[in-house]
Design a protein around this ligand. Structure first.
Ligand code: SF4
Length: 456
C-alpha cells in the first residue's frame, strides 16, 4: 500500500464549491469508479466464483457475510431525472420471462464454491420498481429465491415501492413475503412537482399507501425524498418536509438532485444547448437537506449518514448498507445490476434481451468486472464509511493493517484544514457541513488515476 504524501495544507484550497448543477454523476456509490470496470476482467470474476468465500477479517475467523440484491427493472413511467435502466413497455410474458431468468441466474451462483454453504443475511429488492410486480409474480419470485438460498438467517428484507402501485392487497402480499423495511419512493408531496418531474404517483396515493402500510405493521418504513427537483421552491420544500415529518417515518433518505447524462432532463438540456440543469444550485440543495435534518432533529431523529435521518438510531438498522459499505459479498441478480463477490466487483449486461438471452443460454450475464487491489479496497471501505459521518480508526487499522490516519494522512489533513473534520479519540468524524457535501469531498481519497472527473 502507498501512503498519500502529506501536502502543505496551508497552500491547498478547498475544492471550489460547485454552484450551478451541471450534467454528471455526483453521488459516490462505489470505488473504484464504474468507468474502470472492464469486460476483460470478467474471467477474474469467474475464477473468484470457484473459490471458497473470503474471510470477513484477516484472522479468517468467519466468512464475509452474504447478501442478495434483486433488480426489478420495470416502472409505470420513466421519471425525467431517472438514470437507472428501466422498462415501461414490457408485457406480462416478458415480465414472467425476466423472473425466470432471475431464478436461473441465482441457481448458477447457488451451486458455486463461493457461496460455501452461506445463507443470505440480507435481501434487497431494488429497481426500477419492485412493487410493479403483481402479488402472484412476487410470490413466484421469492419462493424460487428461497428454494435456492434459504432466508431463515435473513435479518433484513428491503423492498422499494412506488406509492401508486400499492393497493392494499399488494401491500399485504409484500408484508407476507417477510419484508422488514418498506422503502417508499415518495420524492415530493406536491402534485405539480411530481407531475413536472415525470413521477407516476400523486400525493393522494402516498397518503393511502403510507396509512395502510402502517396499519399492517411493517417493522420499518423508509421514505425517499429529493431536494431540488425541477420547479422546487423554498416554500414547496418546507411544505414537503412538514408533510414528511407529520408521517413520523422510521427513516428518511434525502438525495440532492443530480442530473446524470442518461436522464430525460439532460436530453432536454442538450437539445436546448444548455450546460446548466433547470434545478437549484448545489448550495441551495445542501441548505434544503440541512433544513429537513433540523426539522427531524427537533423531534429527536438522528442523522446517520449524508442522506439518512432515523427516528430511533438504536433500533433502526440498515443491514444492507452496512454490508455494502464493509466488504460483504453482495450477490446481485438482474439486468444492469452491480454486485461484489470474493473481492471482485461485477456488473451484468445493461440491456434487457442480452441479459435474458445470456441466462437462457446457461451463461453468467456479467458484462464487466474489476478486482480492486489492497489499497483500493481500503479506500473503498474508508470513504463509504465516511458517508456515515464518523468512523473508528482502530476498526480500519485492525482490518487493513494500517491506521487510516497514516494511510490517508494527506486527504484527512486537507479535509481538516477546510474545517470538515471532527477528531475525538478513536473517531474520525465529518462535520454537518462536510456531510452535506461528502460525495465531492470523497474524491480527495481517490487514487490520482481515478480522479478523471468521470465517475460513472
Ligand atoms: S420510479 Fe425510480 S426507477 Fe422508475 S423511472 Fe422513476 S426514478 Fe427511475
Amino acid at each position: 500500500m502507498t501512503v498519500n504524501p502529506v501536502p502543505s495544507v496551508s497552500a491547498t484550497k478547498s475544492p471550489p464549491l460547485a454552484t450551478a448543477t451541471t450534467a454528471g454523476n455526483y453521488f459516490v456509490a462505489n470505488y473504484p469508479p464504474f468507468a474502470f470496470w472492464k469486460p476483460e476482467f470478467v474471467p477474474q470474476f469467474e475464477a473468484a466464483l470457484d473459490r471458497a468465500p473470503a474471510p470477513a477479517l484477516p484472522n479468517g475467523a468467519a466468512p464475509a457475510p452474504l447478501g442478495v440484491y434483486c433488480h426489478v427493472p420495470f416502472c409505470r413511467k420513466r421519471c425525467h431525472f431517472c438514470y437507472f435502466k428501466v422498462y415501461t413497455d414490457k408485457d406480462s410474458s416478458e415480465v414472467r420471462g425476466y423472473l425466470d431468468a432471475l431464478l436461473k441466474e441465482l441457481a448458477v451462483y447457488a451451486g458455486k464454491p463461493v457461496i460455501g454453504g452461506r445463507k443470505p443475511r440480507f435481501v434487497y429488492f431494488g429497481g426500477g420498481t419492485p412493487s410493479y410486480l403483481s402479488p402472484d409474480q412476487l410470490r413466484f419470485l421469492t419462493e424460487g429465491m428461497k428454494r435456492l438460498l434459504p432466508w431463515d438467517e435473513v435479518e433484513e428484507i428491503t423492498f422499494e415501492a412506488e406509492p401508486g402501485t400499492l393497493t392494499d392487497h399488494k401491500l399485504q402480499a409484500i408484508r407476507d413475503l417477510g419484508v422488514t423495511r418498506l422503502s417508499l419512493g415518495i420524492e415530493h408531496f406536491d402534485d405539480h412537482i411530481l407531475e413536472i418531474n415525470g413521477r407516476a404517483h400523486r400525493s393522494k396515493e402516498i397518503a393511502r399507501a403510507y396509512a395502510y402500510a402502517r396499519e399492517i405493521g411493517f417493522p420499518q418504513i423508509n421514505i425517499d425524498l429529493i431536494a431540488g427537483m425541477v420547479e422546487e421552491t423554498e416554500e414547496k420544500w418546507r411544505e414537503t418536509v412538514a408533510k414528511a415529518v407529520e408521517l413520523r417515518p422510521d427513516s428518511v433518505t434525502i438525495y440532492q438532485m443530480e442530473v446524470p447524462f442518461n436522464t430525460g432532463i439532460y436530453q432536454q438540456m442538450k437539445s436546448a444547448g444548455k450546460l446548466v440543469a433547470p434545478v437549484a444550485d448545489w448550495e441551495t440543495k445542501r441548505g434544503w437537506v440541512d433544513y429537513a435534518y433540523r426539522e427531524f432533529e427537533k423531534l429527536g431523529y438522528t442523522v446517520t449518514s449524508g442522506t439518512t435521518v432515523v427516528r430511533d438510531a438504536r433500533q433502526v438498522k440498515f443491514v444492507y448498507r452496512e454490508g455494502l459499505f464493509s466488504g460483504a459479498d453482495i450477490l446481485s441478480i438482474g439486468v444492469a445490476s452491480f454486485g461484489h463477490l470474493h473481492g471482485v466487483h461485477y456488473q451484468n449486461h445493461h440491456e434487457f434481451q442480452p441479459y435474458v438471452d445470456a441466462v437462457n443460454a446457461g451463461k453468467l450475464p456479467v458484462y464487466r468486472a474489476l478486482r480492486p487491489d489492497a489499497e483500493e479496497r481500503y479506500i473503498r471501505e474508508f470513504i463509504l464509511g465516511l458517508k456515515l459521518g464518523s468512523v473508528s480508526a482502530s476498526h480500519y487499522a485492525g482490518k487493513f493493517g494500517k491506521d487510516p490516519r497514516e494511510q490517508f494522512a494527506g486527504p484527512l489533513a486537507r479535509l481538516n484544514a477546510w474545517g470538515y473534520l471532527t477528531n475525538g479519540g478513536d473517531r474520525i468524524g465529518v462535520t454537518r457541513a462536510g456531510l452535506l457535501q461528502i460525495d465531492r469531498l470523497l474524491h480527495e481519497f481517490f487514487k490520482p488515476e481515478h480522479n478523471t472527473g468521470r465517475y460513472a
